[in-house]
Design a binder for this molecule. Structure first.
Ligand code: KG4
Ligand code: ZN
Length: 338
């Protein structure tokens, strides 16, 4: 097995996407297949964990099969396996991780148990334009809003995280309050485009000077009160609320990121996770950062949300360092970086 030309099968099943990918040499994506469960969870306004587990069970074999076929390789060409070990929904994680353990055992391959948050940061390394170290990274999704100081391929210093809702979760909940669909982020972003973001003044919770933690529950309550007090019902009124809410989230995220970059004396910021697909966020952050001489890095749209290419990329470095899993290793649900 030539380590420099290693072909890795990546597997992701931490939430509502069953994904498999074949990545060669840590950066060449030969295939990336994502089976989304959005249609199933949409009618409940959020992810139903038991349904997610059942759908992962149905999808895992066809998705891995499709990834191998699309990459135009044979099963024997795979040199290593990388699967998300946590954090995430336990029942969902178990499907992908146990599949990966069995696959690796049967084919006598090394297995990396990948941290989902580190994998999101690795989506930045799959881009042609990659951030050099050190940089500030934001993982902003439906489950997390974490800021890291990244100093190497293995060192992720957590500077702050949300104390309540994740930013993506706030998008999803506001969308639900407005009677719009799930996931809320893309719907709110689209609706917000036509309106003045400064029209309604929603709170920006900063939690005091020097804190890199976030809190979005106050903003969420404030939006709920506004919708109730102003009996928001027309598309036009909804779009106005969407634009002003989105602006409040973007302001807080941008402020914390730029402050963190200045605090750590970093000239680069990378944003990852589902919410980093928000173009209004990327544009506004880029404008603010430019004034401070800071460069912004973001993955392409297909790598922002959950995918298995980022898992394979992270797994590659772990396997190179001999950081592999045994069969008795288990998944984990809580946020942690090993
Ligand atoms: O990373 P991801 O696919 O899954 C998790 O690990 O959570 O992120 C999903 C989250 C959802 O909350 C969704 O509403 C949000 O990312 N999202 C967006 C946008 N696209 C997805 N939020 C704001 N603007 C978007 N364009
Ligand atoms: Zn994610």
């Amino acid at each position: 097995m030539g380590l420099d030309l290693m072909i890795v099968l990546g597997i992701e099943s931490s939430c509502d996407e069953t994904a498999a990918s074949i990545v060669q040499n840590s950066t060449d994506i030969l295939s990336s297949v994502v089976a989304s469960q959005i249609d199933v969870h949409n009618k409940y306004g959020g992810v139903v964990p038991e349904l997610a587990s059942r759908m992962h069970i149905e999808a895992i074999v066809p998705v891995v099969d499709a990834a191998i076929k699309k990459a135009n390789i044979k099963i024997e060409d795979i040199d290593a396996v990388a699967a998300t070990r946590g954090p995430g929904l336990i029942g969902a994680l178990l499907v992908g991780f146990c599949f990966a353990k069995s696959f690796a055992f049967a084919r006598k391959l090394p297995l990396a148990g990948v941290n989902h948050l580190e994998a999101h940061i690795y989506s930045l390394f799959l881009m042609a334009k990659k951030p050099a170290f050190p940089f500030i990274a934001l993982v902003v999704s439906g489950g997390h809003t974490n800021i890291y100081h990244v100093t190497s391929y293995d060192h992720f210093e957590l500077l702050g995280q949300t104390r309540d809702d994740a930013a993506g979760e706030a998008f999803d909940k506001v969308s639900k309050m407005l009677g719009l669909g799930y996931p809320g982020g893309p719907i709110i972003e689209k609706l917000a485009k036509t309106k003045d973001p400064a029209a309604i003044s929603f709170p920006r919770t900063l939690l005091g000077k020097g804190s890199f933690d976030f809190s979005f529950s106050g903003l969420k309550s404030s939006v709920a009160r506004y919708i109730h007090d102003h009996t928001i019902s027309s598309e036009d009124e909804k779009a106005q609320v969407a634009a002003s809410f989105q602006e409040a989230v973007i302001d807080v995220l941008s402020h914390k990121l730029i402050t963190a970059a200045q605090y750590k004396d970093c000239k680069r910021i990378g944003i990852t996770g589902g919410v980093s697909a928000n173009k209004t966020f990327v544009d506004k952050l880029s404008r603010k950062a430019k004034d401070k001489n800071i460069e912004i890095f973001a993955p392409s749209a297909d790598l922002c949300g959950d995918n298995a290419a980022m898992v394979a990329a992270r797994g590659y470095t772990m396997i190179q360092q001999g950081n592999t899993c045994r069969l008795d290793h288990d998944v984990f649900s809580r946020t942690r970086i090993d």
